[in-house]
Design a protein around this ligand. Structure first.
Ligand code: HEC
Length: 471
């Protein structure tokens, strides 16, 4: 928000509070507002939007519902170990009661800031109605962790801690299972990073892919809570901003796989280092090209039996709503070419770049996932909780279209395989799109040690958990 808009918003909300006070003879909210601005705004924000201290206008109350009695108690006693001062020593009982009225009114929406919430902010604030999700019979969805802003790729350690990358939030999180194992606490492992979307584990270390570098946190399961230091891996890769975010994954060969997207919607980058998947040793040495002609892959996984690399690729834009298809690809060996920019979706020659080249020259996708669905992370489910028919198949998080007339994607797909051949492509979780309202955008899929599945959502900023009980 621009400072001028912010000032206008503050003026408007102060005016709203003042007029509210004028209407109600009691309590005197204008007086309360003065006490608030003088003592509390420094930590809770001028509009109670939060800052050093939590927002006093949201629904996530830490000390019980914002009733007058609860508020008087917490303001009076403070939370000394969390740096919320004990106000009973500085303010009178009637001043504290006035503040409680003011906050209760704000929490109830009476003095909500004049600024309307964006759809994304609303999705972050309100957990969607879980009954609006559609899963196969016997499966259930719940929220595993809330307030995981911009949650992107995930990796699960042997001890069940989930590491999550993010995008503009610049953070890497650890989701630490609570005693009930149904939910997790969110711990910030690192912040201020450059779109650290990619995370993977190798030899007990967490590797994080930023736009311009790869960093490594050693012995992470022991150190995640201590704002751990990191080392920069010695490797140099293109760092264009467009399609420059990097997922990263440790392969069964002990190498790190990392892609570099095409820095464009469509362009000829055949002789450059873009539109490729690379692999390297854990220390960054022996960097080599593994696959080429890959426009922008934002997720890959290795088949649990064959150990072969499977990856999604996002199709080009600006050829209309219905073409070309996004891809699911398989790269059993190094050196394969997947067609970009000459051929899209295995069958669509590029209008500008195909120039006498044929789609037959390139590796076709093993599944065409549909235009603009934006397939991101994928995983092979190998857990024991889901029935046999669900195992060793592919689950793909489809982030959803951003530029299609009718939105598509916004779901987790189940691709069933027979001997590594694609048999069916059906919805596993639907309901991130309700009518035209977006309540979440799936980014990655992973399995917890108990065989439940988790799905990250960077739009709502949360991680969901899917369980099976057959009922
Ligand atoms: C030095 C910073 C600071 C100041 C000044 C401050 N607070 Fe707080 N306040 C906090 C922090 C931090 C917390 C969160 C404590 C926790 O995590 O349990 C908090 C918590 C609260 C809560 C509980 C919120 C919840 O989620 O349950 C209320 C209510 C509150 N403050 C009101 C006030 C009022 C009213 C004032 C002014 C008289 C004030 N605070 C001044 C830092 C501050």
């Amino acid at each position: 928000m621009k400072p001028s808009t912010l000032r206008a918003a503050i003026a408007a909300s102060v005016a709203a509070i003042a007029s509210l006070a004028a209407q109600a003879a009691e309590p005197d909210l204008a007086a309360a507002e003065k006490i608030y601005q003088a003592n509390c705004a420094v930590c809770h924000g001028v509009k109670m939007e939060g800052g050093f201290g939590p927002s006093l206008g949201d629904h996530a109350w830490r000390h019980g519902a914002p009733t007058k009695a609860n508020l008087i108690k917490v303001i009076g006693e403070g939370v000394p170990d969390k740096q919320m001062p004990r106000w009973s020593t500085a303010l009178s009982a009637s001043q504290i009661a006035l503040l409680a009225d003011l906050i209760a009114a704000n929490g109830a929406g009476a003095a909500k800031p004049a600024v309307a919430l964006t759809p994304e902010a609303k999705a972050q604030r309100d957990v969607p109605d879980l009954s609006g999700f559609k899963l196969p019979k016997g499966f259930h969805i719940s929220v595993y962790a809330n307030q995981v802003a911009a949650a992107r790729s995930m990796v699960v350690s042997d001890s069940g801690i989930v590491y999550v990358g993010s995008r503009k939030a610049g953070k890497v999180y650890a989701l630490v299972p609570r005693a009930d194992k149904q939910t997790a606490d969110v711990v910030t492992v690192a912040e201020g990073l450059e779109n650290p979307i990619g995370v993977t584990l190798l030899n007990g270390a967490l590797y994080v892919g930023e736009i311009s570098r790869v960093i490594r946190f050693d012995n992470i399961d022991k150190r995640y809570a201590q704002k751990p230091s990191y080392e920069v891996v010695k490797v140099s890769l293109p760092n264009d901003k467009w399609h420059g975010e990097k997922v990263i994954k440790a392969g069964p060969d002990g190498k790190l796989y990392i892609p570099v997207g095409a820095p464009c919607n469509v362009c000829d980058v055949e002789d450059t280092r873009s539109a490729k998947i690379y692999r390297m040793n854990a220390d960054g040495s022996q960097l080599e090209e593994y696959a080429r002609g890959v426009r922008n892959t934002v997720g890959f996984a290795f088949h649990p039996v064959t150990k072969v690399l499977w990856f999604t690729d996002n199709g080009r834009d600006e050829m209309g709503d219905n073409t070309p298809s996004c891809e699911l690809n398989v790269a059993p060996k190094a050196g394969m070419h997947f067609g970009f920019p000459y051929c899209h979706g295995g069958v669509v020659p590029d209008p500008a770049f195909a120039k006498g080249r044929s789609c037959e020259e390139f590796e076709p996708p093993v599944a065409k996932l549909g235009p603009h669905v934006a397939p991101l992370g994928l995983t092979f489910y190998t857990g024991k909780q889901f029935p046999e028919a669900y195992r060793n198949n592919v689950y793909i998080a489809e982030h959803g279209s951003w530029n299609r007339t009718t939105k598509s994607g916004y779901s987790v797909r189940l691709i069933t395989l027979y001997n590594s051949k694609v048999v069916t492509d059906t919805a596993f979780i639907d309901g991130f799109l309700r009518g035209e309202e977006v309540v979440g955008r799936p980014v990655d899929v992973a399995t917890l040690p108990d065989g439940s599945m988790i799905v990250s959502d960077d739009y709502g900023g949360r991680v969901y958990r899917v369980t099976y009980d057959g009922k």
